[in-house]
Design a binder for this molecule. Sequence first.
Ligand code: ZN
Length: 536
Amino acid sequence: MMSKLYADLVLLNGKIVTVDEKDSVEEAVAVKFGRILAVGKNDEIRNMVGEGTEVIDLGWRTVIPGLIDSHCHIVSSGARRAMSVDLSEEAGVRSIADIQMRLAERAKTTPKGEWVTGYKEDDSKLSEKRHPTKWDLDEASTENPILISTVGGHFSVANSLAFERAGVTKDTPDPVGGRFDRNPETGEMTGGLHETAIGVIRPEGQEEPTREQAREGAREILRECASVGLTCVYDMVRKPEIRAVLDLKNRGELPIRVRMDVTIELFPELERLGIYRGLGDDWVRLCGLKFFFDGAISARTAAVSEPYLNRPDFYGVMATTKEIATKTLTEAYEAGYRISAHANGDRAIAMYLDIMEELQAKYPRKDPRNRDIHCTVVNPELIDKIRKLGILPTIFGPYPYYHGDKLIPAFGERRLEWMFAARSFLDARVRVTAHSDHSAAPFPPLMGIHALVNRTTKSGRPIGQSQRVSVIEALRLYTMNAAYQSFDEDRLGSIEAGKLADMVVLGEDILTIQSEKIINIPIEMTIIDGKVVHKR
Ligand SMILES: [Zn+2]
């Protein structure tokens, strides 16, 4: 006699937004052994309730699949929090005085002579609308060298002691690939460090986190990810991040799933061990190799074909040459690796696509799924080529909202219609996804969905409205399409029988709420593998 199969967990009386092929909406879900057993009407699912079944009455709240951020630097941000002072608006910083106060506080508990560092400073969010100078930072400490980095990561400011210790005076020339900010009349350094100038001030580089800092930082930030509805993140990793994630996993304490893109500098090490994509399990898996083509959008340094409006004759910066990029990517691609390239501006994207066209022809692969991380500034020809080559773009989700106000003066309204081009990619049937690139922007995925749907800046200005997508389309970017980019489409990304039971219960109905309020929808519950990992 067959015994009846009862569910471990049943969600009843809900609005289950499945994000399946047909965008079905159902009432109830049953979970068994961490997987979805069935989705359907209340009556069908109620049949699966047995003695040991946990039943959650949703009270007609909305459930969506677990959300996936398809590119970020979450784990290293977690470690950095443990090591460095958060100077972001989210941390309550509104002015240069706030920056000074927080750095002075850290200096008090830091041994004299040791570095005090800050990060995520953003001049556009300060009441002064400018970066601090070295004299501003001297107010925080003259006994500790101070170095703060800005949100895009390509510009830093140091205090006087840091300059002194590095022996940098007004007679020091600018390094190759970098620049010191100077008083235009006297030539005196004012504190600002562009690109490689940071290395002159701190040649030993950023300190590495300890194993404990990396692990505990990762734990804390990944828990926060769960609390905002993320059940999986694609993270860019090096050794400290890989080890932190594995340390947590091996203790059974990893809060959410992680897909890892390894920096291409580690290609020789991986290759020596024969390690490539696929290594891992449903919790942690290796994806591709990350290679940099150009600058950043938030810093307005992406390599573009039209000059920046606020900087005449400035076309952004390439981080590589075609020769170097071709050589590096050829070695990796020939060896079977998947490429996850950072290519932001149209010049950088064009170079990446040219190289991949050549490589994919030379080393054909059945299902290559190479990615373009950011893929921000596009045009119809580039989108067509992306589709033909099967390159998978992931675009900034929250940027039109979070950084939008400073992008308008740099790009102008016309060009913003071709940036973060969710609509155009979907219309071209390209499986586009979206990401926070945290710490470059906040990681709550509803901010990304909000921005994709509304395309308005923080101050409420419309920004590239032709690229708006519907709520269900935006959800797809953060679920099914994101699962596809890591070969997870058979186990993640939708609420369908057989898939891993990753779901998010929302406090409001995302499909019917006024779209301007999406960003404020409370996350009631996050479920991973059928277990409630966050509850409001
Ligand atoms: Zn990134």
